[in-house]
Design a protein around this ligand. Sequence first.
Ligand SMILES: CC(C)(COP(=O)(O)OP(=O)(O)OC[C@H]1O[C@@H](n2cnc3c(N)ncnc32)[C@H](O)[C@@H]1OP(=O)(O)O)[C@@H](O)C(=O)NCCC(=O)NCCS
Length: 161
Amino acid sequence: MRGLAAFEKYLDVFAVTERELARRAFRRSPQCRITVAEDRASDELLGYAVTVATPFTYDLKPTVTLKELFVRKVSRSRGVGEALVRAVAAQALAVGAGRLKWDVLAGNRRAEEFYRRLGGQRVRKWIPWGMDERALAKLRGHPSPSRSRSTRPQKSRGREK
Ligand SMILES: CC(C)(COP(=O)(O)OP(=O)(O)OC[C@H]1O[C@@H](n2cnc3c(N)ncnc32)[C@H](O)[C@@H]1OP(=O)(O)O)[C@@H](O)C(=O)NCCC(=O)NCCS
């Protein structure tokens, strides 16, 4: 995970520790599922995939999100990444998922090529949006008086996310 954090350049805010990961991923109701690829002879970890599931969406089927995928540099181009994604695909089907989704860091062309080769495609229908902690706090702390009275929450229109 640290390797992926370095690759995607968020090491400065990377907070996952072995203890926290064990606590979150290996409890009775795990917060994520981790699939690892190991070298049979040496037991060495070659790569991993982390998935999280949204139990249901508009079609009542779960959405599985591939949160992280990483293969150690020395182990790349040997099919490890493909094996991990195949395993994740089988897991998704096993829980009745209607889709698998993931984000690719802008500019990571090789990953795009890799996913395309496996049958993935860029989803153009949705544009990822978000709010960081600062924006959340700002919104909570300073509701705009002119807008908050007139702006009601919109009725859900059966969005995919
Ligand atoms: C993307 C990644 C998981 C692919 O794993 P892998 O084990 O190399 O994948 P495979 O061996 O099954 O397939 C390799 C193919 O993936 C593509 N590829 C993507 N990124 C690559 C990289 N950094 N190095 C080599 N090949 C890469 C190439 O098309 C490659 O084909 P080639 O071997 O003919 O050049 C791996 O390169 C990786 O961990 N990259 C850094 C992290 C990353 O980009 N993660 C995805 C986040 S969205």
